[in-house]
Design a protein around this ligand. Structure first.
Ligand code: ADP
Ligand code: MG
Length: 390
């Protein structure tokens, strides 16, 4: 059920948001996730509810770590909302209950980092109950955390009338659309470090997509499986077996599986290393493949331009090193310019899009890395399953 259909006026609404933002010297370095939660918070304020926001930040492992306090997040949220945001000294407890009891309609309270509580990641029933005592309703808007069954994402949802927030709802509909009714051809671009991270998605889309374009370090598991020399490239041993399976399945599939046809090599994972374009994909000893080559980038760009729907997850190379960002930039530009529906997910790919200033030219940029992969694999997300059905 959607928060849009909930009767929230005068109610205390516990909202699980994903404010797990990067910090830099006590300030929020990137406020994308805070902005993404604003529509739900604003809807609740407009309807006279009292939003009580809860999130995790980093990995404090069940104890209070001052550097991972939500304080800078609350300050930024207040600036973005143009309204005061009250901050609680903890996520639960008597003092917090006093604060929530004293709220008035339209006022916003931000709880302290919920992972300061040891029960959060264990999904402890006592913590879920303590969170439930703070509110009348529960809204989950933390898509990025929906694949984890934690006390604030799953446990508490069973204890209060529970609804999907606007962001969660949109994430689910955009990603489900790609799987269930994409405009064709459906082109899936996959990169990044490890085949094992993306194997579930590759496997599922071999049955669903028209083309899968592979880039990133994970292509070396495929090349190794094909008996090609990979030099000093990053090869995930477990990935070689998985890649063999994928190559076998692709043979009997109507989905075309494309691998790079040329590469950019370096001698070390270092921006200052010598950069050499290689026509072909065999990598000599002493060298490593750090990016897709220009012919591959052009071919992938063409496929992306001809797609009815594009799903992109995972950079094409070591894009953090400027000389090896060319292939990732080319794919990002092709996705941004593509006339089809474009969806991008994955922490590093999304970071790359922002770095290139192209995020606003994509139809949907997912806020969830792991959650988006699990949803695309066809797994059920515990944070979503626990909500009331419409
Ligand atoms: P996402 O977060 O978008 O899902 P991943 O986390 O799977 O992406 O992969 C991103 C990482 O993969 C980046 O740190 C990048 O440096 C690395 N990577 C991509 N291609 C290569 C390569 N050829 N060699 C080494 N590292 C690579
Ligand atoms: Mg990543």
């Amino acid at each position: 059920m959607s928060v849009r259909d909930a009767d929230v006026a005068g109610k205390r609404v516990l909202v699980r948001v994903d404010f797990n933002v990067p910090l830099d010297g006590g300030r929020v370095a990137d406020d994308t996730r805070i902005r993404a939660a604003l529509p739900t918070v604003e809807l609740l304020r407009e309807r006279g509810a009292m939003p009580i926001l809860v999130s995790h930040l980093g990995r404090p492992k069940g104890e209070a770590v001052p550097e991972l306090s939500m304080k800078p997040v609350g300050e930024r949220l207040s600036e973005l909302l143009g309204a005061p945001v009250e901050q609680a000294p903890a996520a639960v407890g008597e003092d917090v209950e006093t604060l929530t009891a004293g709220l008035s309609p339209g006022r916003v309270l931000l709880l302290e980092n919920v992972r300061f509580e040891p029960g959060e990641t264990e999904n402890a029933p006592e913590l879920a109950a303590a969170l439930a005592r703070l509110a009348d309703l529960y809204v989950d808007d933390a898509f990025g955390a929906a694949h984890r069954a934690h006390a604030s994402t799953e446990g508490v949802a069973h204890l209060l009338p529970s609804y999907a927030g606007l962001l969660l709802e949109r994430e689910l509909s955009e990603l489900r659309q790609v799987v269930e009714s994409p405009r064709r051809p459906l082109v899936v671009v996959l990169g990044g470090a490890k085949v094992s991270d993306k194997i579930g998605v590759i496997d599922r889309f071999l049955d669903l997509a028209d083309r899968i374009l592979i880039g990133g370090a994970m292509c070396f598991s495929f090349f190794r499986a094909q008996g090609l020399a990979t030099g000093d490239s990053l090869v995930e041993e477990e990935g070689v077996k998985l890649a063999e399976g994928v190559l076998g399945k692709a043979e009997g599939s109507s989905c075309e599986l494309a691998l790079p046809v040329d590469l950019v090599l370096g001698e070390a994972f270092d921006a200052g290393t010598e950069r050499r374009e290689s026509d072909g994909v065999e990598v000599p000893d002493g060298w490593m493949g750090l990016d897709i080559g220009p012919r591959t980038a052009a071919a992938y760009g063409e496929a992306i331009g001809a797609a009815g729907t594009v799903l992109w997850n995972g950079p094409m190379g070591a894009f953090e090193l400027e000389p090896f960002a060319v292939g990732t930039r080319a794919v990002a530009e092709a996705v941004a310019a593509a006339p089809g529906t474009t969806v991008v997910g994955g922490g590093d790919s999304v970071a790359a899009l922002h770095e290139f200033g192209l995020a606003d030219q994509v139809d949907w940029v997912s806020t969830g890395g792991g959650a988006s992969l699990e949803l695309l694999e066809g797994k059920k997300l515990p944070g979503v399953e626990a909500l009331q059905d419409a």
